[in-house]
Design a binder for this molecule. Structure first.
Ligand code: DGL
Length: 289
């Protein structure tokens, strides 16, 4: 069983691409809606909440989890993979959603860390739009720089966007916000269009059209859901043992109010979704209460 985790609804954009690419796998989605958004929280708080949700997904039977939340992955993916997982769940795997993006841009596999035997590509500029927290971690800048120093990464935080999207703000409000962030980015770039843009937050694909309209024409927007899905297909080909329970079910869990969370979900997932609460007995077992 493959788990997909996000702070809220955003990861549904990734799940949608994963279920299309892997229709014969079973997925469990978990949104930590009770604590979303993560973007403006303290890093230790985000890490603690992320570990709690990893525990929930493992307890629900997931052997492999896609951390479909840039904010959570930027904060704690390496720490979790290097210190927590080997001690508490050495048989489980967690993959972060920004990793396939870094691989796609640099052409360097994640585990290689630095470029070996690759030729430097053309110098180019990539822009990243993300939550304030993801921007503060500098994860895209660091991870791309170690693999492809010829790629310049310019970041723009979009602090209001997740709240607006989760609050089902009307399109004109979203449009104004996106225009403002694109304008701020273009000012940093002295008006010169970047080669490509990463929407480095899983909520943003549902306003990808607004970003496309606001950016100079011809700027490529790299699709995080599609790139993550392609990467997972390859991962499972290389590691067939990491998800050995095949099936075709998709279940949706939330730490928030299932009825409220379900109401907004279809615009992220593309079809109606029925969320359920994380079972009480599982929560009690995990918190020891
Ligand atoms: N969707 C999440 C991301 O990819 C974060 C949203 C939030 O909780 O702030 O960064």
């Amino acid at each position: 069983m493959i788990g997909v985790f996000d702070s809220g609804h955003g990861g549904l954009t990734v799940l949608r691409a994963l279920t299309r690419a892997l229709p014969r796998r079973s997925f469990i989605y978990l949104g930590d809606n009770a604590h979303a958004p993560y973007g403006d929280r303290d890093p230790e708080d985000i890490y603690r909440l992320t570990l709690a949700s990893m525990e929930r997904l493992f307890a629900l039977g997931c052997t492999l989890v896609i951390m479909a939340c840039n904010t959570a992955a930027a904060t704690g993916l390496r720490r979790l993979q290097q210190t927590w997982l080997p001690v508490h769940h050495p048989d489980r795997r967690v993959i972060g959603v920004f990793v396939p993006m870094v691989e796609a841009i640099t052409g360097v596999p994640w585990m290689d860390n630095i470029r070996t035997g690759h030729h430097a590509g053309e110098p180019r500029t990539i822009a990243v739009f993300a939550t304030r927290h993801t921007v503060n971690t500098g994860v895209y800048i660091c991870e791309i720089a170690t693999r492809a120093p010829e790629v310049k990464v310019v970041q723009q935080a979009c602090p209001a966007l997740v709240r607006l999207i989760e609050g089902a703000a009307p399109r004109p409000v979203l449009e104004r916000a996106v225009h403002r962030y694109v304008k701020l980015l273009m000012r940093k770039l002295d008006g010169i269009a970047p080669a490509a843009v990463i929407l480095g937050c899983t909520h943003y694909p549902i306003v990808a059209d607004l970003f496309a309209n606001a950016l100079p024409s011809g700027v490529e927007i790299l699709s995080q859901p599609d790139i993550t899905a392609r990467s997972l297909v390859h991962y499972l080909q290389r590691h067939p043992d990491k998800d050995n329970q095949h099936g075709e079910t998709v279940s949706f869990y939330t730490t928030g109010n299932p009825a409220l969370v379900s109401r907004l979900a279809s615009q992220f997932y593309g079809s109606p979704v029925l969320f359920q609460a994380v079972p009480d007995e599982l929560e009690r077992a995990l918190t020891g209460s």
